[in-house]
Design a protein. Structure first.
Length: 278
């Protein structure tokens, strides 16, 4: 299989990306053999909306064949959205409000149909990026992340579900032991959760991202976890689910796409299983 698309790329308009301009992205990405690709800067809450507006302006100045405009929207809580509307937050809360909220509360993505129309957003990647105010205990985190993934799989605005079961390595050794909650054994996640998720993804015709930077080529993730994760992707393929390739590029665009293609191909996933925007 060959990788010829990349639907998850960040520019300097994302809160956690400081380097690549869109003008640079449209030059370097096609040089790597990528024919279809999209910019997807972060929106966590309305605090990030000026970033998306700036991203759209730069996108329009640098349109090339095969280039599309999307966003990556985080799963957040209705509580923090309401707090932000009231102005009850740190003005520098670019990640939203990550502490103090009610566990197991209502979830949301902080983007509207008017935003989508106004900004010409062609697709939205929905991502689980952090625990939503639950205890930092393995089984609790598993239930919370599954709950967020399920929410994204049912949300009408979401096209692609980003990096299922990604967990930031910045949390390792800080709140949980290194390689927890599931990197020492991906099998601790109940099979029933994978089945439930696959059923909802299939029913709602969502796309699952295969993330290169965060998971497949992530040097910090242990190899035994990656093997188990590939088995998980094979399981999803057996359910006739479609996949999107996402580099999740932030700082640079230097990926071994040939290696990634070989790894992904080992699961039985072929180019016919890969999502494309016409």
């Amino acid at each position: 299989m060959n990788i010829e698309s990349d639907w998850h790329i960040h520019s300097h308009h994302s809160w956690d990306c400081t380097s690549m301009s869109i003008a640079e992205i449209v030059k370097i990405v096609p040089s790597k053999g990528i024919k279809k690709f999209g910019i997807t800067d972060h929106i966590n809450t309305r605090i990030n909306m000026p970033d998306i507006e700036a991203s759209r302006k730069e996108f329009l100045k640098n349109r090339v064949s095969g280039f599309h405009f999307g966003v990556e929207a985080s799963c957040v809580s209705m509580w923090e959205i309401e707090q932000i509307k009231k102005g009850v937050y740190d003005k520098k809360a670019i990640k939203g409000i990550r502490e103090g909220g009610p566990p197991w509360g209502d979830m949301a993505v902080d983007i509207t149909s008017k935003d989508i129309e106004k900004l010409g957003i062609e697709y939205i990647i929905g991502g689980t990026h952090w625990p939503l105010y639950v205890d930092w205990e393995r089984n609790t985190l598993i239930k919370d992340y599954h709950r967020q993934n399920m929410f994204l799989a049912t949300h009408p605005f979401i096209t692609i579900i980003a990096h299922p079961w990604w967990f930031s390595t910045e949390y390792w050794g800080r709140y949980v032991n290194k390689f927890e909650p599931w990197f020492n054994n991906f099998g601790v996640i109940p099979r029933s959760m994978h089945q439930e998720f696959a059923d909802v993804v299939s029913k709602n015709k969502k796309i699952i991202e295969i993330n290169l930077h965060a998971i497949i080529l992530n040097p910090e993730y242990p190899e035994h976890f990656k093997k188990q994760y590939l088995d998980y992707l094979s399981f999803l393929k057996e359910k006739n689910i479609k996949f999107a390739i996402g580099s999740d590029a932030h700082q640079s665009y230097n990926f071994d796409f040939e290696k990634a293609a070989d790894i992904i191909g080992s699961t039985g996933i072929t180019e016919n299983d890969i999502f494309r925007i016409s």
